[in-house]
Design a protein around this ligand. Structure first.
Ligand code: FES
Length: 603
């Protein structure tokens, strides 16, 4: 006889007794597995609660009427294993009233039996979509960053991607270094299309990566790219391996082929490739950019693969100065988008001191720069100079609809022409538009310098009086922070708040590249950058304040924190979203002196 589920009044808590164990308080909103685990009942869940292993099975001794209908996944696995009606999967049902239960898989012996006995029934041929994904150039990234940062980044990446995959009925089969193998169709329900799920998941992963990159650029000054390959067809699905080390996975040629298709993303400079088999099974609209007939290792015939148009381009990031519309132009060189000539902040080390220049830069099509330094210079051939480049004019009317491109250009002096002019060549730059890298160049053999200086928490601000904010501050939209990185300085464009004392307040995250640099050396410089005021035709009045400073943290408990935060948001309203994160920090750059800008005619 089939029991009809009974639903008591909602919101009530009720008791569930685990026979010979304990009684827990339960609710109707969460699956039994979750409620048991949070109240110290060690209910096994070898597949992570995905309805694939049945190790969370319980016998309902009393209260079967309070069990809701079976989910399709539970129905499927119970049918496969011929489990009776009174055995339910703890990960699949939300108890609706009091009941008495007994766990069936209680120790390693039970577990081994449960899984081993599944082998004969669960290893079966299924039509699966198999996806492989991989982070591009991850080894290079991991070599250049602290192990802690790499772990943090990977954990964040994998948790987000796993959520996305699961939301599209995917099963994360395994993580392989910086890669993932994901199966679609494991829970094959009659109306599911594993290829639709896989392609939708891939598109969602690329969009999610776009979001993550906003954080990664902020934290690591690094944008990640991934490649995804998908194949479809019959694979053997089940538990494989030694009885002491079984894994639930898929085997077969489609699995190998999906891995090889993913590797082709690098060759074809794209982020998503699918096989012809996937394309044929799709019933959702996709934009296919091109197709290729390729020979894959171990396959004698050619395989046709299709490149799917990325959904991740042109995402809005919601910042006034970073409004990112469709990136529909091909960027070939710096002057194409930065313009030329432009006014720049340049920085170098001179006898270990940070030295700043305001200069005019002429950008060449080969990305070399010619600097004109009106106040003169002492630069010599071979010296490293960092130049902050972006295409803002400083004039609100012009900048309102501007698509902002920016980079911290690491250059080297190739030629000194005279006391005012030098040429620079590229050591390394990455031009960013919105959150996307659109152009990058490194000199041959360039390696990002390693920085072994110890991290130390930034000191707490010595501020004892409420600061008086600068009256003209609202005209100054962004400034350039110059930090003391190894070999040559690093520049970052920042929203800021300034005071009458030329102190600066900025916000950021402790894990960002710039903050970690400040934690290694809290001396820095900041350029308040009104960029330019056009006073009459062809005459530019340069308007910079260059500040030599020390960085401090303003803790949330500081008596002026709230007032500074309110004023910061008032001046930089597009930054308000960052305060939603518990990790955001307020930093105080205490002015030691205003530096006479070496190239500022007004200095
Ligand atoms: S935890 Fe695997 S089926 Fe419930």
């Amino acid at each position: 006889m089939t029991m009809q589920p009974k639903t008591p009044a909602r919101s009530a808590e009720f008791s569930i007794e685990f026979s010979n164990e304990k009684i827990i308080l339960a609710n109707q909103e969460q699956v039994l597995l979750h409620q048991a685990l949070t109240q110290d009942i060690p209910l096994r869940h070898e597949c992570g609660g995905k309805g694939l292993c049945s190790t969370c099975r319980v016998v309902i001794e009393q209260g079967l009427e309070y069990c809701p209908e079976e989910t399709p996944a539970e129905r499927k696995i119970k049918r496969q294993k011929s489990l009776p009606e009174y055995v339910r999967l703890g990960c699949q049902f939300k108890p609706q009233g009091p009941m008495k239960l007994r766990r069936l898989v209680r120790d390693e012996f039970d577990l081994s039996n449960a899984i081993t006995s599944d082998l004969s029934t669960s290893a079966q041929s299924c039509n699966l979509a198999v996806m492989f994904s991989d982070i591009r150039n991850f080894t290079e990234f991991s070599e250049q960053h602290l192990a802690y940062d790499v772990t943090h980044m990977l954990n964040r990446y994998f948790s987000r991607m796993t959520e996305v995959v699961q939301a599209h009925n995917g099963y994360v089969d395994k993580l392989l270094g910086d890669g993932m193998m994901v199966l679609f169709g494991v829970n094959a329900l009659e109306d599911c299309n594993p290829c639709n799920d896989a392609v939708n998941a891939a598109n969602a992963m690329l969009r999610a990566l776009d979001d993550l990159n906003e954080y990664f650029i902020e934290c690591f000054d690094h944008r990640f790219k991934i490649g995804i390959g998908i194949d479809y067809g019959a694979s053997l699905l089940g538990h494989f391996g030694h009885k002491d080390h079984l894994s639930f996975t898929a085997l077969g040629p489609k699995v190998n082929r999906a891995a090889r298709v993913e590797a082709l993303c690098k060759t074809y400079q794209c982020d998503l490739l699918i096989t012809e088999a996937v394309k044929k099974a799709l019933t959702i609209e996709q934009v296919f950019e091109s197709d290729y007939d390729v020979y894959l290792k171990g396959i004698s015939e050619t395989t046709k693969v299709w490149k799917i148009s990325s959904p991740a381009k042109g995402r809005q990031v919601g910042k006034t100065y970073e409004q990112d519309t469709d990136m529909d132009i091909q960027v070939d060189n710096l002057p194409q988008v930065i313009g030329t000539p432009v006014i720049v902040v340049a920085a170098r080390y001179s006898a270990d001191e940070l030295e700043l220049y305001v200069a005019q830069a002429k950008l060449q099509a080969n990305n070399q720069l010619s600097l004109y330094l009106p106040k003169g210079h002492t630069l010599q051939a071979g010296e490293y100079v960092t130049v902050h480049l972006d295409n803002r004019t400083g004039v609100d009317e012009f900048d309102a609809d501007l698509r902002v491109f920016r980079t911290s250009y690491k250059g080297k002096v190739t030629q000194v022409h005279d006391a005012h002019s030098v040429d620079l060549t590229v050591r390394d730059f990455s031009l960013v538009h919105g959150i996307s890298e659109v152009l990058a160049e490194k000199e041959p053999g360039y390696r990002f310098p390693t920085d072994g200086r110890p991290l130390q928490a930034l000191p707490i601000t010595p501020m004892t009086q409420m600061p008086v904010f600068a009256k003209q501050a609202h005209n100054n939209k962004v400034g350039v922070l110059v930090t003391r990185t190894v070999e040559q300085p690093h520049t970052t464009v920042m929203a800021f708040l300034s005071t009458e004392e030329d102190d600066i307040f900025i916000i950021s995250f402790p894990s960002t590249f710039k903050v970690q640099t400040l934690q290694k050396d809290n001396r820095c410089a900041f350029a308040i950058d009104e960029r330019a005021t056009f006073t009459f035709e062809n005459v530019i009045e340069w308007n910079y304040v260059l500040i030599d400073a020390e960085a401090y943290e303003v803790p949330t408990s500081h008596p002026y924190y709230d007032a500074i935060k309110a004023e910061f948001i008032n001046k930089n309203p597009w930054e308000i979203g960052f305060f939603a994160s518990p990790d955001v920090r307020l930093y105080h750059l205490k002015c030691l002196s205003t530096v006479c800008p070496a190239g500022n005619p007004n200095g």
